[in-house]
Design a protein. Structure first.
Length: 131
């Protein structure tokens, strides 16, 4: 239970610090754009966590039962799902930034900044996802 609480605390701390840096460094418009793009970021992170945590859990259960082949299959399925989701996020985030931002509610005053953030975030996540 403590690792889950610590992980959530780190996510919230990251959000607060990110908001402070964006708000102070780039201004109020940029902070609004980041907040508009945040649902996209959170959905992608949830998909990643779902595949990773679920895959690790199934792998551990099968490994604990002595089913090494099943554990290897579960692990490879989790890696494959994460890779596919990473590719889709990269394609959607880099190629369809305007529709994604419009879907998230960005108006003309926030659209360019939100597009920049979604594009930047998609490229960074693609880099870390494929490491």
């Amino acid at each position: 239970m403590a690792p889950a609480i610590l992980a959530n605390a780190c996510v919230f701390l990251f959000s607060v610090v990110h908001g402070i840096f964006v708000g102070q460094g780039a201004g109020m418009q940029a902070l609004g754009a980041v907040n508009l793009a945040l649902p996209f970021v959170l959905i992608v992170q949830a998909l990643n966590a779902m595949a990773s945590i679920g895959g690790v859990t199934i792998t551990a259960i099968r490994f604990g039962r002595g089913d090494k082949e099943g554990a290897q299959n579960a692990f490879m399925h989790a890696v494959t799902i994460n890779f596919i989701v990473g590719c889709l996020v990269t394609l959607i985030g880099c190629g369809l930034t305007s529709p994604v931002c419009r879907l998230l509610g960005a108006t003309d005053s926030y659209l360019e900044l939100a597009k920049d953030y979604v594009f930047w975030w998609s490229r960074c996540m693609a880099y870390f996802w494929y490491l």
